[in-house]
Design a protein around this ligand. Structure first.
Ligand SMILES: C[S@@+](CC[C@H](N)C(=O)[O-])C[C@H]1O[C@@H](n2cnc3c(N)ncnc32)[C@H](O)[C@@H]1O
Length: 256
């Protein structure tokens, strides 16, 4: 009987491909890191920060060059024309776009402050020594965090809501939490400011990302699911807000 030695060759082939992929990823990370360093060095002679360069270099550095929020981050930061920002974030850098370091990098150049909260202490421990003095991290529940700042009449230019992880088989708990955050955020955002919510894909983008949440179709039209799902109804009833951007994440802008 003859046996063909298919498996070892295939395994070797796959392992070479994986090695090459991992090498390319590392090279891109070094490239992103180098670009960020160069941007920092040239900051004093730069007129203005370029959001596309910043977001791309940041995502390369974090090993996430194809992150689905790349365009949302570029559009949202572009809205502010390089001016100083007060940024609030729920869900500190973890298994996402490493967002806290992106906002921190922005305020290093343009000025402003970042406040970020996470219910776990690991994200802030991992970021120790890697952020500027303009960024302040807290450990706790995001709704309590926002409420405490709102009670002190704090305002923000950009609020990024990315806490309670979505279970796409049962997105409702994350939607309820997202609604509680959004209601407080609506009262804290300045005119011209943006509330950006992660994990709220349009049906097309959901399909592209292999996400198929339940009950997306309602009375012949699509209903969004995810962290920002319930924000749509609140914005429909409030003429101060408009949808600024929507693909994987959704951004609402306060227009008056
Ligand atoms: C998707 S990750 C955040 C990713 C991060 N924004 C990034 O870009 O890397 C979600 C985070 O929310 C945190 N989280 C979950 N429930 C929370 C809550 N009630 N309050 C604050 N943080 C919470 C989790 O611990 C987790 O680190």
């Amino acid at each position: 009987m003859m046996f063909r030695r298919v498996k070892p060759e295939t395994t070797t082939g796959i392992s070479i491909v994986n090695h090459v992929k991992s090498l390319i990823k590392k090279l891109l990370m070094v490239f992103g890191w180098g670009t960020i360093k160069l941007m920092r060095l040239s900051a004093p002679i730069r007129k203005r920060i370029n959001p596309r360069t910043l977001v791309t270099a940041h995502l390369f550095r974090s090993g996430n060059p194809r992150h689905p929020n790349a365009k949302a981050f570029i559009e949202v930061l572009g809205n502010f024309d390089g001016r100083p920002l007060q940024i609030l974030e729920t869900g500190t850098s973890a298994w996402g776009a490493d967002s806290t370091r992106l906002w921190d990098e922005y305020v290093r150049y343009a000025g402003g402050h970042v406040k970020s909260v996470d219910i776990r202490s690991e994200p802030s421990e991992q970021l120790k020594g890697r952020l500027s003095r303009n960024t302040h991290l807290e450990v706790g529940d995001s709704v309590a965090f926002l409420q405490r700042l709102a009670d002190k009449s704090e305002l923000a230019d950009l609020i990024y809501l990315d806490s309670f992880d979505v279970n796409w088989q049962d997105p409702e708990p994350a939607e309820i939490h997202g609604e509680a955050e959004f209601k407080i955020a609506m009262g804290m955002i300045r005119v011209g400011g943006i509330i950006l919510i992660d994990d709220t894909p349009t049906p097309e983008v959901a399909a592209q990302n292999g996400i198929c949440p339940p009950n997306t179709r309602e009375e012949g039209s699509f209903r969004f699911r995810g962290k920002g799902a319930r924000a749509f109804r609140l914005v429909e009833q409030n003429s101060n807000f408009t949808i600024f951007f929507h693909d994987y994440a959704v951004a609402f802008k306060r227009i008056k």
